[in-house]
Design a protein around this ligand. Structure first.
Ligand SMILES: Cc1cc2nc3c(=O)[nH]c(=O)nc-3n(C[C@H](O)[C@H](O)[C@H](O)COP(=O)(O)OP(=O)(O)OC[C@H]3O[C@@H](n4cnc5c(N)ncnc54)[C@H](O)[C@@H]3O)c2cc1C
Length: 336
């Protein structure tokens, strides 16, 4: 375990905002968790950090930030159709995706190129291009911080929903996820239903295969999203709102091109990016902060912005969307 005080977090968040915390605890071995829980380190303010790609620090964090850096991908089981892999929380998500593509395990290829750690993937049930990680998670392992006890949650008990899970709701702030068990298909099973992905596959002229779908996903992402090595951001800043069909119908009469997807139970999902565009905020830039011109759902730090400034800016976006459409967008990003 490595503990540092007054740790600078600027390079530990993809928004690249200047931030710091009282204490930074890095765990390199799962065996260090029990002794850590026995101390009172996590009894007061604490935050679990992965790769920092879904967080906006708006101030110094008064408390302890814990990062699990544990590594390892191990086969748990295998039959003729599936393989079960246990992956340590500190593995980089995209390294794991590449490992699966290389070994011809199907199920995570549409999630290629998402930054962050494996330990974070169940928290908001990461998703992209018609895939969600919940569809390949078998179970999640870790510790509850309050009870200091280990837990194992089967997929059905993780309460996965759109960009949500038990780890982001009822158990928020009270878990250290140590390991995720994935169930991946050994038989070809590809999902190419997203319009942009179909177009990319067609224009590349490459045959449909696991490797080529992963490549196409990365190409689509590179066209639409900023390169975080150059421009700070945390991916989609807002969740796509889920509203009643009657709300959608009312909006449709005003905005005939409104995009929506069925979300069950008389509800439908709207595209937050389109709502931002309709409010006139797409591409708007104020000093070093802006709505990314190629993807309105992404708020960017062109360099030097503070977390507080980004917070003021995202609230302006929220207000503009609410004024135009009556819908209040909710941040997907964790605001600290
Ligand atoms: C350019 C860009 C593109 C993105 N594209 C997508 C996308 O397509 N789809 C998508 O869903 N997301 C996307 N994201 C958001 C982000 O990458 C994901 O949410 C990712 O899973 C976050 O991982 P992280 O390790 O960086 O998490 P962090 O930001 O460090 O943490 C995220 C959450 O997980 C919790 N957490 C982290 N590790 C643990 C642990 N071991 N135990 C318990 N809790 C933990 C944190 O407390 C926090 O609540 C994108 C972000 C960027 C910057």
């Amino acid at each position: 375990m490595r503990i540092t005080y007054n740790q600078d977090l600027t390079h530990l968040n993809t928004f690249a905002v200047k931030a710091s915390c009282d204490k930074f605890i890095q765990i390199e071995d799962e065996d260090e968790i029990r002794p850590l829980l026995e101390t009172d380190e996590l009894n007061s303010a604490h935050y679990i950090l992965g790769g920092g790609s879904n967080v906006l620090f708006t101030q110094h964090f008064h408390g302890a930030i814990v990062q699990l850096c544990t590594k390892g991908i191990h086969k748990f089981n295998e039959d003729t159709d599936f393989i079960w892999l246990d992956v340590a929380a500190g593995e980089h998500w995209d390294d794991f995706v590449n490992y699966c593509v290389k070994n011809k395990y199907y199920g995570v290829e549409n999630l290629s190129g998402i930054p962050g750690f494996v330990g974070s993937c169940p928290v908001q049930n990461i998703g992209a291009y018609s895939a969600e990680v919940k569809d390949v998670i078998d179970s999640v392992f870790g510790y509850r911080i309050s009870s200091k006890q280990p837990f194992t949650l089967a997929n059905a008990d993780c309460q996965f929903g759109y960009r949500s899970s038990i780890f982001k709701t009822t158990w928020k702030g009270d878990v250290l996820i140590t390991r995720v068990r994935f169930k991946l298909s050994k038989k070809e099973k590809l999902t190419v239903t997203y319009k942009g992905l179909i177009e990319e596959m067609e224009s590349s002229g490459l045959p449909l295969s696991l490797e080529n779908v992963a490549k196409a996903v990365v190409a689509v992402r590179n066209n639409k999203l900023p390169d975080i090595r150059e421009i700070g951001c945390a991916g989609s800043f807002f969740k796509n709102p889920i509203v009643k069909e009657e709300v959608r119908n009312k909006l449709l009469s005003e905005f005939p091109n409104l995009v929506s997807y069925p979300a069950g139970d008389g509800m439908c999902k709207l595209a937050a990016g389109q709502l931002i565009e309709l409010s006139g905020m797409k591409g708007v830039r104020e000093s070093s902060i802006g709505v990314y011109p190629k993807q309105a759902l992404v708020i960017v730090n062109y360099g030097g912005a503070t977390g507080e400034e980004i917070q003021r800016f995202y609230r302006k976006v929220q207000e503009a969307v609410e004024r135009t459409t009556g819908i209040r967008l909710e941040p997907e990003v964790n605001i600290l």
